[in-house]
Design a protein around this ligand. Structure first.
Ligand code: GLN
Ligand code: ZN
Length: 755
């Protein structure tokens, strides 16, 4: 019995990866230094895993930006628009696809299954693919040199890569499949030639609902790419149970990885019913790679025993349920958390230790572990009994909810007329999504305040001044609905969590969100409760400076839920309602302070969608209700906005509509206008602002390109409903970029008016 992880957090305990990467982007590091630093990081991470006792070390979980992009580049699958790039070094095209460059837009980015990680979407344009180079060969060599042992290589498998590629038309399908077979084969052969002994092909797409065409395709891929290969091949699934188990389990691989955390019941039932092939090895994912809670070790031991009872003949190895990139590195050094909570936490390193403990117990090395098992149980029990989880009033309020709590009094048709008269907005109103640049000074101000080097009054005065400055800028730009700029917020969830009961914060619990952007998800460990106004001061101050309406800005209940680590003793829907009720108080407070437009952001609503369709309805119902709970307690003249981004929304319009928000601002620029096609077929009934430019790229969009998007949008959205805005908040942009882009955006709108 051996232990392994599917992947380890590459960003490092102190986000070293981010610092090195950004220094390279800013040209503060030479390519050589950058490569050396990245290598040091890779090796340090492997060392850590070895020290923690893992039997197998894994490479290929490391990336310079994104693992899907790694493969696309290795396969030379570079869209032709990048031909114009002047290549500075071998990573020019790679980072251009990731982030955009000169006059070339970046590739689309979207959420990785139901996580908050975003990958770069491969684009296929019908070209011939070849294996250009193989970065893993270097990783294998490095590991052999440093550890004297050959690591396992983990790569995203062909079926998942295929399913996540965009732009493959019906006529290209066969060609693309052929090409993928060819390059995967080349890659696997090249890995074998570089000394690889074990290759893991990650296939999370195998946990989705599969069609018979999908099944045939998976079989085709695996039969073709593994032909003639002698190294161990493992097909690993995660985030849900393997679909069509009885067929898929017979793929010609040497081992299969199954998730016994998120797909537990279904995978167990399948093992029981169909058995497990005698000639394969089972890689059992038994430690949750996505939550931060200590595992109930006895339960997991019983789980392994149950698995063993259905799999009597094959070797079973233990691993995490998915890559640990979704959790922070370690709880060590987290001294700001109440001990009852801290003791109940397990991040990546602690999870590896749990794996080792379970293995140790099974292999009868129990003397070593008896005390540790007892400590773990006690920690979990203590948190379960903690006072933060026993707020009677909160539970009573959730239990007493009636259908009225989820509904506005009038329908949109009536409301929108009242709002138009009341708010006096022009046609095609322009606005932004909420945040303005978090400049070096804004960040420095916060740092000084956190360190106690400036007073709260000084800290707030700086931010207020920043808001005042941006109110002037927005007025000069000619925007119609203004925002205060969110300078007091680092993170849209953390900010609210810090002001509500029931949340805790780590000092170093970072996880990667996309590229070098990391987030530090709060921990919802107790009952959520509103204490006092959280945003009224800043928003009212901004409103007092202008005649134009200032939009209040809140993060929605589902996003708060999905971007936090959530307690596992309550149904998620119940936690969502607790948050919904707390936000309802805040919405009311804003309204009472004279704020007539309130935006409740739900960028994460779709990403929480379960992988299986059969589970969608329950999730959607609870999510929509939580949002409505937060937003439906307002006067009819108060306009509720929401915002969503970086997801494929094409099949989600009806859900968005059911939120009954007066206006949604939504990303459309990076998906290159696909949403517009959908809106043509199913017209949207409420207010909608199509994001007219991609804020994740530093390039300044031209008036022409935005005017073109607006023109297209105009064909599918009625004048009364049409808003114009960027596709997300501007906090990551510079002031110069922001002003130049918004100036062009307003000019694009002016052009529209002249037509
Ligand atoms: N209001 C937030 C902002 O502007 C929204 C961010 C988001 O959608 N992720 O930053
Ligand atoms: Zn956004």
């Amino acid at each position: 019995m051996k232990t392994a992880v599917i992947g380890y957090p590459y960003i490092g305990q102190n986000r070293e990866w981010k610092r090195i990467t950004e220094a390279f982007w800013k040209e503060q590091l030479s390519l050589e230094c950058y490569e050396q630093e990245m290598k040091n990081l890779r090796l340090a991470q492997l060392h850590q895993q070895q020290n923690l006792g893992l039997d197998v070390l894994t490479v290929g979980d490391f990336t310079y930006y994104d693992r899907m992009l790694d493969l696309a580049i290795m396969f030379n699958m570079i869209p032709s628009r990048y031909d114009r790039l002047s290549l500075k070094h071998q990573l020019t095209a790679y980072f251009a696809m990731a982030r955009g460059a000169e006059n070339v837009v970046a590739c689309e980015m979207t959420k990785w299954f139901n996580t908050n990680y975003h990958y770069i979407v491969p684009e296929y344009e019908g070209q011939q693919l070849t294996l250009q180079h193989n970065v893993y060969a270097q990783y294998i060599q490095e590991a052999i040199e440093a550890f004297g042992m050959t690591p396992r290589v983990t790569i995203i498998g062909p079926f998942t890569f295929y399913k996540l590629t965009k732009g493959v038309g019906q006529e290209q399908k066969q060609h693309y499949i052929q090409q993928l077979v060819k390059v995967y084969k080349e890659l696997l052969q090249s890995l074998e030639a570089s000394g690889a002994t074990s290759i893991q092909l990650e296939e999370p797409s195998l946990t989705k609902d599969l069609t018979s065409e999908d099944i045939a395709l998976v079989q085709h891929f695996y039969h073709q790419i593994l032909k003639g290969l002698t190294v161990e091949s493992i097909c690993t699934t995660y985030f849900e149970a393997l679909s069509n188990y009885e067929t898929m389990i017979n793929l010609p691989v040497d081992g299969f990885g199954l998730d016994f955390v998120h797909g537990k019941n279904e995978n167990l039932a399948a093992l029981k019913k169909f058995g497990f092939p005698k000639d394969k090895v089972l890689y059992a994912g038994i430690i949750n790679g996505r939550d931060i809670w200590r595992a109930e070790l006895q339960k997991q031991l019983a789980l392994v025993a149950e698995i063993r009872s259905y799999v009597p003949f094959s070797p079973i190895h233990l691993q995490t349920s998915c890559s640990l990139q979704h959790v922070p590195v370690t709880t060590a050094g987290e001294n700001g958390i109440v001990p009852e909570l801290l003791n109940a936490l397990a991040f990546a390193n602690e999870k590896i230790t749990e794996l080792q403990m379970i293995k140790g117990k099974i292999l009868q090395q129990e003397v070593l572990h008896i005390q540790a098992f007892l400590d773990s149980e006690k920690a979990i029990r203590t948190l379960a009994l903690h006072e933060s989880r026993k707020k009677k009033a909160v539970h009573a309020q959730v239990n007493a909810l009636t259908p009225e709590a989820f509904k506005r009094t009038d329908n949109y048709g009536k409301r929108s007329k009242l709002q138009r008269a009341f708010l006096q907005l022009p046609d095609y109103p322009t606005t932004t999504i909420g945040s303005f640049p978090q400049s070096a000074q804004v960040k420095k101000n916060r740092r000084l305040w956190r360190k106690g080097e400036i007073t709260t009054t000084e800290y707030e005065a700086f931010n207020a001044n920043e808001t005042a400055r941006w109110i002037t800028i927005q007025e000069q730009l000619g925007l119609d609905v203004l925002v205060h700029g969110e300078f007091e917020r680092t993170d849209m969830v953390e900010f609210f969590g810090e002001k509500l009961n029931g949340f805790a914060f780590t000092t170093n619990g970072w996880v990667v969100s996309y590229g070098s952007r990391c987030v530090k998800p709060p921990i919802i460990y107790g009952d959520v409760e509103w204490i006092e106004p959280m945003t009224v001061k800043e928003v009212s101050a901004a409103q007092s400076l202008t005649e134009k309406p200032v939009k209040g800005m809140l993060t929605g209940p589902v996003t708060i839920l999905n971007w936090s680590f959530v307690r596992n003793d309550l149904a998620r829907s119940e936690v969502a309602y607790q948050i919904g009720l707390a936000l309802r108080e805040e919405v009311r407070a804003l309204e009472n302070a004279g704020i007539n437009i309130i935006q409740v952001d739900e960028p994460a609503l779709k990403e929480g969608l379960p992988i299986r369709k059969s589970l969608h309805k329950a999730y959607i119902d609870a999510s929509v209700n939580a949002f409505k709970l937060a937003t439906s307690g307002v006067r009819e003249t108060t306009q509720i906005h929401t915002h969503m981004c970086y997801c494929e929304f094409n099949d989600f319009i009806d859900v968005i509509e059911s939120l009954d928000a007066d206006v949604i601002s939504i990303e459309t620029s990076r998906s290159h206008g696909e949403l517009i096609k959908v809106l043509k077929e199913t017209p949207y009934k409420l207010g909608i602002g199509l994001g007219v430019y991609d804020i994740h790229s530093p390039r300044i969009p031209t008036v022409e390109e935005m005017a073109a998007i607006i023109e297209k949008g105009k064909k599918v959205i009625a004048k009364e409903q049409f808003w114009i805005n960027p596709d997300c908040g501007l906090k990551t942009r510079t002031e110069q970029e922001t002003i130049a882009s918004l100036k062009n955006m307003v000019a694009a709108k002016e052009r529209l008016k002249q037509l």
